[in-house]
Design a protein. Structure first.
Length: 198
């Protein structure tokens, strides 16, 4: 079978499972329609994109999968009633850290370097550690006496935003200028290395 066909079949299987499993659980009455299904879909996106981050060979695509992973986590925060944490997730992790990682990869990658990641030699040890960690998590979840779900608390996001952008606007501006200086310095250093010492 050609490799492209296998990729298409695997992608269709993943998408079918991601859509079909929450619907099947809803039909069986194990989850409610609405927030539960949305949480399930976001959790699936989070897990699949997290697996893609550590298994794909192209480092740029790994960075893009990391952005999808952070976006799904922000959606879960919104479902949990924490819009401020979700906004911080989008601004800090997607807007700053992921973009910074992608810029660093693109600026430091030379034309002679390989564009693909080489699998590490610690794969067997990492797989064993992941299995042990999964067993510990399952045991901890099974041993916990879960009580009824708590009600969502109202977070005063508007009051916090007014405070941050009135009394603490100067630290935000200072950080933005520092980040801009870091990006300009990185571009300057990358251009100077291309042309040789100046």
């Amino acid at each position: 079978m050609p490799r492209g066909l296998l990729t298409v079949i695997a992608s269709m299987f993943v998408v079918g499972t991601a859509v079909g499993l929450p619907v099947l659980l809803w039909l069986l009455g194990l989850i409610r329609f609405g927030d539960d299904i949305l949480f399930f879909v976001l959790a699936e996106i989070l897990l699949v994109s997290g697996l893609l981050v550590v298994t794909m060979r192209d480092i740029i695509r790994c960075g893009l999968a990391m952005i999808v992973c952070f976006g799904a986590l922000a959606g879960i925060y919104v479902l949990l009633g924490a819009p401020l944490v979700a906004g911080a997730q989008v601004l800090v992790y997607i807007g700053a850290i992921s973009v910074l990682v992608l810029f660093a990869i693109m600026l430091t990658q030379t034309k002679s370097a390989p564009a693909s990641l080489v699998f590490q030699t610690q794969a067997v040890g990492a797989a064993l550690a992941a299995i042990v960690l999964a067993i510990v998590v399952v045991i901890a979840v099974a041993a916990t006496a879960w009580e009824a779900a708590a009600q969502r608390v109202h977070t005063a996001t508007d009051e916090l935003a007014a405070l941050l952008f009135s009394d603490y606007v100067l630290p935000f501006e200072v950080v933005s200028v520092l980040l801009l200086a870091a990006v300009i310095g990185g571009v300057f250093l990358a251009r100077r290395e291309e042309g040789g010492p100046s």
